[in-house]
Design a protein around this ligand. Structure first.
Ligand code: ZN
Length: 358
């Protein structure tokens, strides 16, 4: 009898749990449907009522996934979606969503992971970084909001000062205004960095659109350059920078995770010395064509050449002229009055003639 009673009790408890859990999942699904309906009809004020208040206040573009759809040159208003999975965990609900063209024959064009949690008794949408950094602490400096976990040491005043000085060096160098504070998240592992953005593990990542950076290091200058240089682009959010220039600039001003810009230049010099076939067109087409480290070095040296020989105004013009690979030679001719072949010869000569590092 005792065991039957305990089995019944277990069943009741499980039943309550399943019921509560599925109701949260259903609430999240309903909110998602209403939210997308509002967005697709262009009712942005209504759409915002389905999102958490902190991210609405903090971000320029509060729904990352929606922006990623528009980055693909798509108009999400005309797309179809399907919720392929839904589950509740650790106080939030995760929906997997696939987006399709009308016919859907070509398969999904984007897969979103969407998060929902309860705020003031209502279910609202959130980005992964919001969900996963609940309970973290923060310390503010002039240009940064530094986020760290309670078990970690807070950033020292010296570190924050160093970050502020770097910020001012980059805005000065690029001649851009950056009127916001950058949110910097100090993580334990590459996996955690990826988790905050719902992307693959990485030592460091940034999201320039909303001024966010995360890294396993206490400070990642490279990512800060990505964030500040995003301000060079026309602020309608429609244009992206070609990767070879975006990365080149970040390596030139911010180095790589474990290498300084000077070390990258030394590597570029060696690469150009030993390999005649290095081609600018190849780098434009596939910025990682020569291997991760070698390519980083070559991109860094290219940005250095363009900026130090031809000046920042022209670099900024090319940086914001559009990302299409096919158009790069034409843009270069228009801006630099040189063919891509001439530019390649001049770039290599510049790198080879740089004085050795002391
Ligand atoms: Zn980068």
């Amino acid at each position: 009898m005792k065991s039957i009673a305990s089995i019944l009790l277990t069943l009741v408890i499980c039943g309550i749990f399943v019921c509560r859990s599925s109701s949260n999942v259903n609430r999240a699904k309903a909110v998602f449907e209403e939210y997308i309906k509002a967005l697709q009809r262009g009712f942005s004020t209504q759409a915002k009522t389905y999102w958490n208040k902190q991210e609405l206040k903090q971000y320029k573009s509060f729904d990352w996934q929606w922006v990623y759809l528009t980055f693909q040159g798509l108009n999400p208003a005309y797309l179809y979606y399907k919720i392929t999975d839904a589950k509740e965990q650790d106080g939030y609900v995760v929906l997997q969503v696939e987006w399709f063209y009308r016919e859907g024959k070509a398969g999904p064009i984007q897969k979103d992971t969407r998060y929902f949690l309860e705020e003031d008794g209502r279910v609202v949408g959130a980005n992964p970084i919001f969900i996963h950094t609940r309970g973290w602490l923060q310390k503010e400096s002039k240009h940064f909001i530094y986020h760290f976990k309670p078990k970690q040491d807070p950033p020292t005043g010296g570190l924050l000062k160093k970050m502020d000085l770097f910020f001012e060096k980059v805005t000065g160098n690029l001649q851009v205004e950056y009127p916001f504070k950058i949110h910097y998240y100090q993580c334990d592992s590459a996996g955690e960095v990826g988790w905050l953005f719902d992307l693959e593990p990485s030592q460091a990542r940034s999201q320039p659109m909303n001024g966010l950076a995360a890294s396993t290091q206490e400070f990642a200058p490279h990512e800060i350059v990505h964030i500040i240089s995003y301000q060079i682009l026309p602020q309608n959010g429609k244009k992206l920078t070609p990767v070879y220039l975006d990365e080149g600039l970040a390596y030139y001003l911010g180095g790589a995770s474990f290498l300084s810009s000077e070390q990258l230049i030394e590597t570029a010099k060696k690469e150009i010395e030993v390999c005649d076939s290095i081609s600018l067109l190849d780098l434009m087409h596939d910025p990682w064509a020569y291997g991760v480290n070698q390519s980083a070095a070559l991109l860094c040296s290219l940005a250095k050449y363009l900026i130090e020989i031809h000046g920042m105004p022209k670099f900024k013009e090319l940086f914001s002229a559009g990302e299409s690979y096919d158009e790069q030679p034409e843009m270069i001719f228009e801006i630099y009055d040189q063919s891509i072949e001439q530019l390649q010869i001049e770039w290599k000569r510049f790198v080879l003639e740089l004085p050795p590092k002391r």
